[in-house]
Write a protein that binds this ligand. Sequence first.
Ligand SMILES: [Zn+2]
Length: 1007
Amino acid sequence: MSQQGYVATPPYSQSQPGIGLSPPHYGHYGDPSHAASPPGMMKPAGPLGTTAPGVMLPPGPPPPGPHQFGQNGAHASGHPLQRFPGPPPVNSVAPSYAPYEPSTQSSYSSLVSTSSITQLGHQLSAMQVNSYGSGMAPPSQGPPGLLSAASFQSPPRPQQPSVLQPGSQVLPPPTTTLNGPGASPLSPPALRQDGPPGPASLNAQYQPPPLPGQTLGTGYPPQQAANYGPQVAGTQLSYPGGFPGEPAQMAGPPQPQKKLDLDSVPGPIQVIENDRATRGGQVYATNTRGQIPPLVTTDCVIQDQGNASPRYIRCTTYCFPCTSDMAKQAQIPLAAVIKPFATIPSNETPLYLVNHGENGPVRCNRCKAYMCPFMQFIEGGRRYQCGFCNCVNDVPPFYFQHLDHMGRRLDHYEKPELSLGSYEYVATLDYCRNNKPPNPPAFIFMIDVSYSNIKNGLVKLICEELKTMLENLPKEEQEETSAIRVGFITYNKVLHFFNVKSNLAQPQMMVVTDVGEVFVPLLDGFLVNCQESQSVIHNLLDQIPEMFADSNENETVFAPIIQAGMEALKAADCPGKLFIFHSSLPTAEAPGKLKNRDDKKLVNTDKEKILFQPQTNVYESLAKDCVAHGCSVTLFLFPSQYVDVASLGLVPQLTGGTLYKYNNFQMHLDSQQFLNDLRNDIEKKIGFDAIMRVRTSTGFRATDFFGGVFMNNTTDVEMAAIDCDKAVTVEFKHDDKLSEDSGALIQCAVLYTTIGGQRRLRIHNLGLNCSSQLADLYKSCETDALINFFAKSAFKAVLHQPLKVIREILVNQTAHMLACYRKNCASPSAASQLILPDSMKVLPVYMNCLLKNCVLLSRPEISTDERAYQRQLVLTMGVADSQLFFYPQLLPIHTLDVKSTMLPAAIRCSESRLSEEGIFLLANGLNMFLWLGVSSPPELIQGIFNVPSFAHINADMTVLPEVGSPYSQQLRMIMSVIQQKRPYSMKITLSSLALFCSLGAAQVYLH
Ligand SMILES: [Zn+2]
């Protein structure tokens, strides 16, 4: 196992037919069938123009087309020509790194000894197993005031004593790691994670006031040095990051304290705070190839100066290894997490829109890459060399421009596609289905009106709220009204279509009972303009709850609903989105009928993967049809028992839709969360009928894609829709050698239909560095993106492999990555010592969090549906969302400064940080838990809940009361800040020490 490593896809490579592609793992595993294909073969002509000859550049001189260059946003005109002061270092030469000590390039096995890998693997395993086991311990077993279980408090595993050496300690970092360009801003010595206390003011903010009998927070207690026993030299305190569970922490006889001192282990909080302190609030200009962006947790203003904003693309490393051998040696996944429709804050420039009229976008003749800052103009501007395939192309006459003395076009700054990393093109008819401009999309609302939904008031709630929500349908910014049409269907075991044409006095219902072969009984009057038909629609929404008030129908269908929606969109010749509100296992006789196959006996067996697979292939072929017709499906589930999320969720997943789940929905507790989600989903920015293509410069290529995507071939990522919260993670592999000079270039092009019905191309370009030095690779990594990749690749693999194998692969690959660093980039050290690259300081902690996720590690209290649900959510997450999901924010509320507008400093997400005297807020992007210690200060309880004591709190509340006190206002403000920009509305759950054991869900997130 230890030699197998992970390297992304290989062990996971049994893709589902038709869903993912089966990525070759050439190079790493020596698969000859993929190793030697010529580059031209690797990059067949692009998706976005393979069909139409018109996409090719016109041979003759076309009439000079309009060189329109407008902005998507409000500032459509009058933008300054010279947007960026100073010489633009776009695509500039890579920063030259100081020569690093030569590293050997021999084969992997000789580089890293099996023993050290095994040892690392054991350490990681120990973290996971121990922490999970002890994490389940009831609080009564712990010392008073503290929950006993903590991730890192477990005693060392018996397998490891051989590596425990008195006096061993992690070494100080190699200077090259610390001082290389790119690394230094991230790691000023004064802020080092485990270094000697830095400036007092900085430390102070990490250190909440200690509570009686314990030390909270991640500060530097003065007694820290004592943990190091005999080794007292200053250098030993400034190691780049100790390893949780690292033997040195427990070394040195006599050992009075068996438990690990958490404060001496590198913690995510401090890494996050350090990045905020050094890079927060600043302008981050994307003008340098291969530069490492601020962490996702750091707020800054991003200025596009030739590379796509990290809001759109983040990479696991910003410096690719030059050769596949080197990639194999380091085993660091080479991947990009692309969120093409990411929301851009109002203080950043929205994307410019380029319109070349009938000429369409300028593209390389050979690889079809779009004009971008990576194209090099030559021969006085008459030709250009493609940065991706090196082909020399003629500049089409309409696009000709002279060059300046630097060889740069005179209109460099006037054209977004020459100077910016991201921009949009207006697409020509060649890019449209059947060469016809698309119709604006439609939204179809499909409400399950079976007995339980009527009885619990859900149908009434949906109908009532839709009236106002439909007034806020998304629209193009320059338009006054939305172009989106709407339609309505209700269903139980039959389907009811409604005619809501504006000239009707009353809506008309048409029932379709043949659910075996659904047809759409009406075209005219089904999809309507909301404003024109407002009174008929309101009439309908008022009537629906009463229409079915006496229904006793319990059975529902599911696949026929999706089929009906898709057929309706097809008939109307438009893309669109289905909003389905569904509650039960579809047991009615119809295609896609499901049975309850939940079987806890499969857990922890090799057959556990079956629980994650759909129980019929109906949904996969339905998803395929939906994608082919631009029909995206968003599903709101309200289950009171097992509904088979693995089956029902497949269509939403593969069509770029979203799955929401509200267990045991209760009107008075859960409606707010549901309505927030519904409102947000209706209004969010979205593109329809999309095809994404990721092009790369020669030497490497995209080999695997993870996300809400459908692949009909190996290169075109098809999405019925993609919204602002969805990310696709793309893995890259080497074809050939990469050059340090030209770097590794990525261009992501998404062809899509806007909400107004315009066909557009959205282009994101990113240049990465390449190096033959492993140290450069390691110092350019981004752990948050790595975890996003590992999570998605592992969660995809869950369908095919035993979970135990997947966990082992993750552990082993982490060990491999760290062992390679140690072997090649760090000074020689004893076997028991471990050195973490600065960029991966928290990788072991985050990996531990991933390993403890309920998808990879079953827990008795977590249902099969919940696991399938979390699996699906993670598959489409961007880096910011996966970071919060796997390492939730834990805020001590009892230390609130009511006069401050700042969030309280987060503390490490560990049970040991909770105390009976405190109140803590835990948020992971799906849920918020307000954890109340039984001895929390009465004035706080009064201030937040307006009740005199802990005992008076209503533990069922899901919304905090508006008390009007400073504490209440402050806490509610904090919650709304955390909620901002998150795709899912987080319901608040109260929990206390007494309730803690029963709240398994909370425990899942306390590592
Ligand atoms: Zn090219």
